[in-house]
Write a protein that binds this ligand. Structure first.
Ligand SMILES: [Mn+2]
Length: 193
């Protein structure tokens, strides 16, 4: 990741396990000390550990806080987490529950011009549109809103992006992977400079 960033390239991560976000976040935070993380996900991902493991998809944003200031973390679409995670998020981060489009729209002005790393968990999207993921969570956004969120984020200074927790083996209909491909295509077309 250091080589990718040193070459001035735009990293796009694909997962799989949400931990793939950690290396780009760490390296981007070295380059941009005031790096902002936009985290779109059904889950808070703020656990201290999961079954004794600190490096867990349930702890990825907590681990990211080793490199990024909590006040620079913006979470959208969140609808699942432990009571302690929600309390921590309310006290330390910018937490927006359930929706993505409306709160993101409201945050665009304050995020403009700042270096933003986007980590997008496919489970933010409703299982009706993206069932192929490890911890599906009903009550999510539509596929149209997912694309709209990418177009909105493209107005910002996005310096890296990942789309994670896509599990094609769990979706014989292939709709999850079709949506994931479309999202990445739109990221390449609108964000990569
Ligand atoms: Mn998730």
């Amino acid at each position: 990741m250091r080589k990718v960033v040193a070459d001035g390239k735009f990293p796009i991560g694909l997962g799989g396990e949400h931990l793939v976000s950690l290396a780009p976040i760490k390296v981007m935070a070295e380059k941009y000390p005031d790096l902002v993380i936009v985290h779109i996900d059904a889950h808070t991902d703020l656990r201290e550990e999961m079954e004794g493991e600190q490096l867990s998809h349930s702890a990825i944003i907590r681990r990211a806080l080793d490199y990024v200031k909590p006040e620079n973390v913006y979470q959208f679409g969140i609808r699942s987490g432990l009571k302690e995670e929600f309390q921590f998020a309310r006290e330390n981060l910018h937490l927006y529950k359930f929706g993505v489009i409306e709160p993101l729209e409201a945050c665009l002005e304050e995020l403009k011009g700042r270096p933003v790393y986007v980590t997008y968990d496919i489970d933010a999207i409703d299982p009706a549109f993206a069932p192929g993921t490890g911890t599906a969570e009903p009550g999510g956004i539509t596929s149209a809103e997912a694309l709209q969120s990418i177009y909105m984020l493209s107005q910002l200074n996005v310096v890296g992006f990942d789309l994670v927790e896509v599990a094609p083996v769990l979706d014989p209909s292939e709709r999850t992977q079709i949506l994931a491909s479309k999202m990445i295509r739109e990221v390449i077309l609108t964000m990569v400079k």
